[in-house]
Ligand binder design. Structure first.
Ligand SMILES: *Cc1c(COP(=O)(O)O)cnc(C)c1O
Length: 389
């Protein structure tokens, strides 16, 4: 289906709510029944109708239909955060004694799950350089039941050859889940590429305004139903109606924002590349990117996040640069209207900072909706300040 139709119409039945253009927020915990038989049927199959908003809710359903269609998936579930979507997608598909293969350095809370929670159930994880299919094959054991991908990841943008890894996994009946947050379904659709479950944090581009959290997990209807009936209802971390409504509103402008951010990111990238005080840039659709060919082949675009290093080995100078920015804010997250920066060293104890490790010097920039010139002026001034003292 056409993206504009998905965003503007799919799932919406305006005649049901006085022809209001914007859907109502069904702020209700429960739904009433007038027939015992209907009540009974709702208990039997909670995914078949409205019973209680820990399960299905009409406002959430509008969002759910749109997000599943954007992913070209049969169905999806919308969670209260991306982390919850990751948790449910993995937890529903592993059992004691299983083995997981994951890309190296997945999203923090996926890694915490692999390192802290799953080992309590005897589930082990092997982290690999996921850039080559042969590494996935080599790490697979008899008890491997799950592959965890994130392509590109959100610091160095390492990609996995998604189609090849998915095809091998299918041949071994291994379940696959990919974190597709970087691209959103506008720039990459892992489900038609053979991946079982596509996850994205809706907190970032879908919401787009840094005012709500949300997470999406999509796949076959059978898979979503299995997760709905266990983890989704049991954890109770489905998105709330008001937050779902904010995400529907965010979706309305998703294409326009992504288009604008793509253009601005490219201008900022070109500015950084020619700057003598910038040592290197990392961006999946830049010709210098190590997996540029693969990026062009499996992604329809890239935007927003890029990483760069300054031409310095000094932690103090990196700190001074970041603290000198007047408009670009220092904060976690991305995908909103506002440009943001994170130096990798903020996540390291100062004593652990090793200037010889290039990644310790990484600075990640998220390019928001501001004018490119406003951002490059800010960076230029901060680069001057950096060398003042
Ligand atoms: C933010 C983020 C998540 C988690 O999403 P939340 O909505 O914050 O829980 C997962 N993966 C990536 C790549 C992210 O950037």
């Amino acid at each position: 289906m056409n993206i504009s139709q998905i965003i503007n119409e799919l799932g919406e039945d305006r005649e049901l709510y006085f022809n209001a253009v914007s859907p109502p927020i069904m702020q209700t915990s429960n739904f009433r029944f007038s027939k015992v038989e209907d009540f009974h049927n709702a208990f039997e199959d909670e995914m078949g109708g409205y019973l209680y908003s820990r399960g299905l809710n009409p406002t959430v359903d509008i969002l759910r239909k749109k997000l599943a269609a954007l992913d070209e998936a049969e169905d999806c579930l919308v969670f209260n955060s991306g982390a919850a979507a990751i948790f449910a997608g993995i937890f529903a598909n592993v059992k004691a004694g299983d083995h997981i293969v994951s890309v190296a350095s997945p999203y923090t809370w996926a890694q915490r799950m692999f390192d802290v929670i799953l080992p309590r159930f005897g589930i082990t994880t092997t982290y690999i350089d996921g850039t080559k299919t042969e590494n996935w094959i080599a790490a697979t054991k008899d008890n491997t039941s799950f592959y965890y991908l994130e392509s590109p990841n959100s610091w160095d943008y390492a990609l996995q050859p998604i189609r090849e890894v998915a095809a091998f996994a299918r041949s071994k009946q291994i379940t696959t889940l990919i974190d597709n947050s970087y691209c959103t379904p506008l720039y990459q659709r892992p489900i038609p590429m053979g991946i079982d479950m596509a996850m994205q944090t809706a907190t970032k581009y879908i919401g787009g305004h840094s005012d709500t959290l949300g997470g999406v997990l999509s796949g076959t209807h059978a898979m979503m139903k299995k997760i709905f009936n266990s983890e989704y209802l049991n954890i109770g971390s489905g998105i709330q109606p008001f937050n779902a409504w904010l995400l529907i509103r965010g979706l309305r402008t998703l294409s326009a924002r992504i288009e604008r951010i793509t253009r601005t990111t490219n201008e900022v990238l070109q500015f950084l590349k020619q700057h003598p005080k910038v040592e290197s840039v990392l961006f999946p659709l830049d010709e210098s990117f190590p997996q540029y060919e693969l990026a062009k082949e499996q992604m329809q675009g890239a935007c927003g996040l890029l990483t760069f290093t300054l031409a310095t080995r000094s932690r103090e100078e990196i700190v001074r640069f970041c603290e000198s920015l007047r408009h670009i804010m220092m904060a976690v997250s991305w995908g909103g209207h506002e440009s943001l920066i994170i130096p990798k060293c903020a996540g390291l104890k100062p004593a652990d900072f090793d200037a010889h490790k290039k990644d310790h010097r990484y600075i990640r920039l998220y390019v928001g909706l501001e004018d490119a010139q406003h951002l490059t002026d800010d960076i230029e001034r901060a680069l001057l300040d950096q060398y003042k003292k």
